[in-house]
Design a protein around this ligand. Structure first.
Ligand code: FPP
Length: 225
């Protein structure tokens, strides 16, 4: 049976969820942040899951209205500040991916603080993708190798990426069936699950059902059974 060692999630549908309640889109992000916590704690307490990588803010999300972007920045900062205890209590190591140097000093500081304070945790690794785009990540990795005059091989490039680990199971909530520039390299042989549930409604039960289905899939990695 397959093991879902690395789960990646595109958390889509926050805005629609809020609009369905007659609320502003940002309310959906707030509700979404609560689900991030629930799913992280669940994964931290499931021995088979080693990594959880969540798409929190993409390189393309800057195109959103300024007010929504500002809200997301504040939400991320508060989330990290408030959840540090939860990371520590659940032995979760926080490892951001993405090009975070464009964020405000205070957000960058908060990211660094949570990373440092959880560096000793050896349970689940939770990665938030922050100002992350897979194409940007690959270009930065190639640049790194080029300036170090290293050969470009599958191995060296994988190692130069922000996220160095192949994904086993990728889930996208919100009904769309696309990868939206998320972990394009690392999902080469991932199993993809697209669900209609909007992210704020995504529950542990649904994750458990997906994992159960994933376990039964025949993964061949291009070979024969
Ligand atoms: C997509 O929903 C979601 C995002 C662009 C951001 C994801 C953010 C969160 C889940 C909350 C904050 C995260 C953390 C870690 C605190 P959408 O706005 O595109 O929804 P829509 O497709 O319904 O418009």
């Amino acid at each position: 049976m397959n093991r879902a060692k690395h789960i990646a999630i595109i958390m889509d549908g926050n805005g629609r969820w809020a609009e369905l309640q007659g609320e502003k889109r940002v309310k959906g992000h707030e509700a979404g942040a609560k689900v991030v916590k629930e799913i992280t704690v669940y994964c931290a307490n499931n021995e088979e899951i080693e990594r959880l990588t969540l798409y929190a803010f993409s390189t393309e999300n800057w195109k959103r209205p300024r007010i929504e972007v500002e809200f997301l920045m504040k939400l991320l900062e508060n989330y990290l500040k408030n959840e540090l205890e939860v990371y520590l209590a659940n032995n979760v190591r926080f490892e951001p991916i993405g090009d975070i140097c464009v964020f405000s000093n205070s957000l960058q500081k908060m990211i660094a603080t949570v990373q440092e304070k959880t560096a000793h945790c050896n349970g689940l690794v939770q990665s938030l993708a922050l100002n992350y785009g897979s194409q940007d990540e690959i270009v930065r990795a190639v640049e790194k190798l080029r300036s170090a005059e290293e050969n470009i091989t599958i191995q060296s490039l994988s190692y130069a990426l922000d996220c160095k680990h192949n994904v086993d199971l990728l889930i996208r909530t919100g009904g769309d069936k696309r990868l939206s520039n998320f972990l394009l390299w690392q999902t080469a042989y991932a199993e993809l699950f697209f669900v209609d549930t909007l992210w704020p409604d995504f529950k542990i039960k649904e994750l458990e059902k997906i994992i159960k289905k994933f376990k039964k899939v025949e993964r061949r990695f291009g070979g024969l059974k």
